[in-house]
Design a protein around this ligand. Structure first.
Ligand SMILES: CC(C)(COP(=O)(O)OP(=O)(O)OC[C@H]1O[C@@H](n2cnc3c(N)ncnc32)[C@H](O)[C@@H]1OP(=O)(O)O)[C@@H](O)C(=O)NCCC(=O)NCCS
Length: 426
């Protein structure tokens, strides 16, 4: 009896800690169990890398607010911060930037593999395949020390932008443009894309865009990377898995969907009808809503300001920004009428607008996101692999609640193939 009371207490305690009703916590073999589809509100690890307050729209990387980093930092410095845990001194940043520059070029065999891929291959599939190919070219692939892991992260982080730009040109039948080592990471990417040195304001906007997308704690792709790293698979394997997760329309693929949506709407006066039709038929408005933010996504606010600035430049194209505003206004009105609160534009909504203003093709928005998020992924892979935020490494192994036949562990009788009937339980 005393044991039963103890278990009941433990269930209550566990449910309370996870912010869940006791009803969905249960007991299996004397252990309190919690079922939470989608792992919402469940902490599965400790981390030193990133914190989010979804109710107040706050995001920090290693203690620094996203607003501070967007204003004062650069992508290279932010990547350093994520990987090493502190802002670099001038000398440390110079060494890191120079290491990144020295890793920009793709090995000739890798470039050949990329060029040979069918032109219609989806860009995220190219990134995933080339990431695995690059593993075979990393001289330290078998070196599992932390120092070597950071060097691998720098190689991959640096090369990924070359892969994205090279694929953009190759699929158009154009020659890839070799990287330049006198440009920042952001400016060099825009250069490799077009062959023209970018306007400094464009380069800075793109740099900030990369900072904003670099890290976001245990989102689906980062969690995927950490799960793979927890098995002690190497960094390239973990990143390749993360790329697969990021490609989905409900995650990094959303930005591409936003531009598709804006194109489909075509003009601001059609936004209201489009949004109403979508929502009344149970569809989603892409680029709206977030699993963690129940108020404005702080990254979206910064991007929105940048989108306004770009639209207001002499010769700037206001079309996409104006359209996005019409969609935002109509969606917020419809969500209000439907009694759905806390759904606002997310980071993908405005990266779609900003990237389009920078001349980046819609289906490259998620690859560009990857170029940036790799820095956060690698920081998490290293934190996971070396148990930097918890006492010891642990392989992820959640449970599923089995609801199929034989759920009482009583095995079904085996029916020989000659006696089985289609559509019947055999
Ligand atoms: C990101 C997202 C998956 C997070 O949602 P979530 O926290 O898991 O919440 P749910 O998917 O359970 O949605 C909660 C409710 O809000 C609604 N909702 C959330 N986002 C919505 C959107 N963009 N359009 C329409 N309805 C939305 C859901 O339909 C659901 O309604 P219901 O309770 O009546 O079923 C979701 O907001 C979404 O699909 N957004 C569009 C895709 C996107 O922009 N992804 C990028 C995220 S950075």
């Amino acid at each position: 009896m005393a044991k039963k009371t103890g278990v009941k207490k433990a269930v209550k305690h566990t449910a309370k800690k996870a912010g869940l009703p006791t009803a969905i916590a249960s007991v299996v073999s004397g252990f309190p169990m919690i079922k939470n589809v989608g792992l919402r509100q469940v902490h599965v690890a400790d981390t030193l890398i990133c914190n989010i307050d979804g109710n107040h729209g706050k995001l920090i990387y290693r203690g620094y607010s996203i607003e501070t980093l967007a204003e004062y930092s650069t992508f290279e410095e932010t990547a350093y911060l994520l990987l090493y845990g502190n802002l670099p001194t001038r000398e440390e940043l110079a060494a890191f930037t120079s290491a990144m520059k020295s890793e920009r070029t793709l090995p000739p065999d890798v470039l050949k593999s990329l060029i040979r891929m069918p032109r219609g291959t989806m860009p995220m599939d190219v990134l995933q395949a080339i990431t695995s190919t690059l593993a075979g070219h990393d001289p330290e692939i078998a070196n599992t020390t932390r120092e070597a892991s950071v060097r691998k992260a720098i190689r991959l982080l640096s090369k990924m932008s070359t892969v994205v730009a090279a694929w953009s040109r190759t699929r158009e039948g154009e020659e890839p443009i070799p990287p330049r080592d006198d440009l920042s990471h952001a400016a060099n990417f825009l250069f490799m894309l077009t062959g023209r040195e970018p306007d400094p304001e464009y380069a800075r906007v793109f740099d900030v865009n990369l900072i904003l997308q670099a890290e976001h704690q245990f989102n689906a792709s980062t969690f995927t990377c950490r799960v793979v790293a927890s098995t002690r698979a190497h960094l390239y394997a973990a990143v390749a898995a993360g790329i697969g997760a990021l490609s989905g329309a409900l995650h990094g693929g959303a930005s591409n969907e936003v531009i598709k949506m804006l194109r489909e709407i075509g003009s601001a006066d059609r936004a209201e009808e489009y949004v109403r039709t979508k929502l009344s038929s149970g569809d989603r408005v892409m680029g709206m809503g977030h699993a963690v933010y129940k108020t404005h996504d702080p990254r979206a606010l910064i991007l929105r300001d940048m989108a306004i600035r770009l639209a207001g430049r002499p010769g700037g194209d206001r079309r996409w920004f104006d359209l996005s505003q019409a969609v935002e206004k109509s969606a917020s009105e419809e969500f209000r009428k439907m009694g759905k609160h806390g759904i606002y534009p997310n980071v993908d909504f405005f990266t779609a607008v900003v990237n389009t203003a920078l001349g980046i093709a819609p289906d490259l928005h998620t690859p560009v996101f990857t170029m940036s998020r790799i820095s956060g992924w690698c920081a998490h892979i290293i934190e996971e692999r070396f148990a930097e935020a918890q006492p010891k490494p642990a392989i992820y192994r959640p449970l599923a609640h089995y609801i199929g036949p034989g759920s009482t562990m009583k095995s079904l009788p085996y029916v020989g193939i000659e006696k089985r009937r289609k559509g019947k339980e055999n």
